[in-house]
Design a protein around this ligand. Sequence first.
Ligand SMILES: [Zn+2]
Length: 264
Amino acid sequence: MPSNRQAIVAAPAPERYVIAADGGAIEYEVVRSQKRRRTVEIRVDPPNRVMVHAPLRTSKGMLAAIVTRRAKWIARQIARHAAVATRAPRHYVTGERIRYLGNDLVLRSHIGAGHFGAGGSKKPSAQLRRDALEITLPPGLSAEACSEAASRAVESWYRERALAEISRRVKLWAERMDVRPAGVRVRDQKTRWGSCGPTGLLHFNWRLIMAPPVVVDYVVVHELAHIRHPHHRPAFWRCVERYVPDWQEQRRVLHREGPEYREV
Ligand SMILES: [Zn+2]
């Protein structure tokens, strides 16, 4: 019978270190694994737990150097977790704000009467009025059902606006860039802002409509440039740069603000 004794051996004490970096102290835990051959990966788990995944034999000094080099990035992750934690959950009620083309819209929700009559549509609706998004909800819903219905109305409004606004910009830029996209679709892409299929069909994440117009233009130009250059080699970036000279700045904004757009 095989012995189970090996399995009972206590796990090694976790390796924990503190180093001074970037004007503060960073405490981190090292998780070593046999499967990892070369790469060291740093993750920041909420709220502020810094985990360093490393191969078995990477020296402490090497790990400290890597953590020091990533100090600013680590601080940013911790700040981002803190910002998300303190944000109140959205209920889609009057007074809440949502993003639209880089601006804030205030939500105003009210219960509709007339147009929800017998045979009429029970669908909630959303309509833009200056800097407010007015949501009309069917009568007789609980508070919870109201916020769910309002959230659906906001999302379908976003999708509608995204398709209209992005299509308009695609048409404009395609003419300037002299390329012919096969069509534009918006969908829910968790990790991407846009993509260009082999036939020139462009897909965009509807959440992009929350971003400032210059950022939307960068993503549009990026995908259109893929019609000519289906890769990310220098020729592709030269093409993007010709139409959006400050594309690097727009990409940074997307990295910085993108996680917020995904929370809706
Ligand atoms: Zn690309």
